[in-house]
Design a protein around this ligand. Structure first.
Ligand code: GLA
Length: 402
């Protein structure tokens, strides 16, 4: 062979060999398009998993969308209706992902249209591995194809899980899907569900809009069941992560359990208050079509939601811990302070927050609003407090008076 032809052939062979190699994209993949500015405050919505697990269908999703619109949840700011695992069944001969035809006979596009028709947004779930956690087809190797499909269907939100990923590098795997979503032609909130193992708070700010920091929540005040954690356990794992959260890139301590029956009303008030202090995405996980009055009252408490959605987007932190008693504080955009007095113990406790802890002068006069009782106390100096129920909170907003 002529040496020149030989060189060309060699180059071509090398090129095709490189093309066939698994993607070593984590060294080189660039996210050319910036992250869309679609989660300046933590996303609010509903997700099927906590209550319904794999028992999802188009009737259920329509019913939950109807309930979100009719129950006051939509008015309170909830927007996304997200189908978690098990909506998928298979891929067709061209590799296109197919919804389960028995559970979603009208198809995903029709369902997304229905949800949009209610003035809501629509989300789906997939996984960076070969299979999802529920053993449905994952997106590994199909990222761009899936992202284009989601865009055609009208998907606004993707939760992307981490089962069956073998030795994949998390940053690399999530960056590929981030790129695929940004090139899909549609703005899609990207919710990373990697459970915190690779410390996503350190790399995901450029990749996604929220990232799970822990394994799964379960509906209990505290405890550990295999892979899952009670509410306080999740809280504790998030206490040190405040610096890693910011507008458009939020720590996600997992979805809400309010209304699912495993905690008392007092405990659910605490759960909701604490998630607001964490600037957590507020993704309800209960049956919106069967809510009692307390569940609606908790999930639609507009003062607590305003703390969660505060435009400064600064996650709160634990300012004080003495045994079972904790003070959590969060600075707000208007210079006010949100404070939670948390009693983890089994007996009532007198608790207070000292102005000093908030960086306010001791003689500063302030107006204090209790965000659960709605009582306003004016001209308070030095500290504020009261008797906190077992497993309860006092949550206030403190405004320094001029
Ligand atoms: C993982 C996730 C959960 C849920 C299930 C679905 O456990 O962390 O939030 O999505 O998978 O199988």
């Amino acid at each position: 062979m002529h040496p020149l032809i030989q060189r060309i052939a060699h180059t071509l062979a090398l090129a095709s060999l490189l093309a066939a190699l698994p993607v070593h994209a984590h060294e080189t993949l660039k996210l050319d398009a910036p992250k869309p500015n679609i989660a300046p405050t933590p996303p609010m919505g509903w997700n099927s998993w906590n209550k319904f697990a794999c028992n999802v269908s188009e009737q259920l999703i329509r019913q939950q969308a109807d309930a979100m619109a009719a129950s006051g949840m939509k008015d309170a700011g909830y927007r996304y209706i997200v189908i978690d695992d098990c909506w998928q069944k298979s891929r067709d001969a061209d590799g296109n992902i197919q919804a389960d035809p028995e559970r979603f006979p009208s198809g995903i596009k029709a369902l997304a249209d229905y949800v949009h028709g209610k003035g809501l947004k629509f989300g789906l779930y997939s996984d960076a591995g070969s299979l999802t956690c529920g053993s449905r087809p994952g997106s590994a190797g199909h990222e761009f194809q899936d992202a284009r499909q989601y865009a055609r269907w009208g998907v606004d939100y993707l939760k992307y899980d981490w089962c069956y990923t073998g030795t994949r590098n998390a940053e690399a795997a999530y960056t590929i899907m981030a790129k695929a979503l940004r090139e899909s032609g549609r703005d899609i909130v990207f919710s990373l569900c990697e459970w915190g193992g690779s410390k996503p708070g350190r790399w995901a700010q450029t990749v996604g809009h929220l990232w799970r920091t822990t394994g799964d929540i379960y509906d209990a005040w505290e405890g550990k069941k295999g892979w899952s954690h009670g509410m306080l356990n999740i809280l504790d794992m998030n206490a040190e992560l405040a610096g890693e959260s910011a507008p458009n890139g939020w720590n996600d301590p997992d979805m809400l359990e309010v209304g699912n029956g495993g905690m008392t009303t007092t405990e659910y008030e605490s759960h909701f208050s604490l998630w607001a202090m964490l600037a957590a995405p507020l993704i309800a996980g209960n049956d919106l079509s069967k809510m009692d009055a307390d569940t609606v009252r908790i999930l639609t408490n507009k003062d607590v939601i305003a703390v969660d959605q505060d435009p400064l987007g600064k996650q709160g932190s634990r300012a004080l811990r003495e045994g079972d008693l904790e003070v959590w504080a969060r600075p707000l955009a208007d210079g006010e302070h949100a404070v939670v007095l948390l009693n983890r113990g089994k007996t009532p406790a007198n608790m207070k927050v000292d102005w000093e802890l908030l960086g306010l002068p001791n003689d500063q006069k302030a107006d204090v609003k209790d965000l659960w009782s709605k009582k306003v106390t004016k001209g308070v100096r030095g500290s504020y407090g009261g008797k906190v129920a077992p497993h309860g909170v006092i949550m206030v907003r403190i405004k320094a008076a001029p």
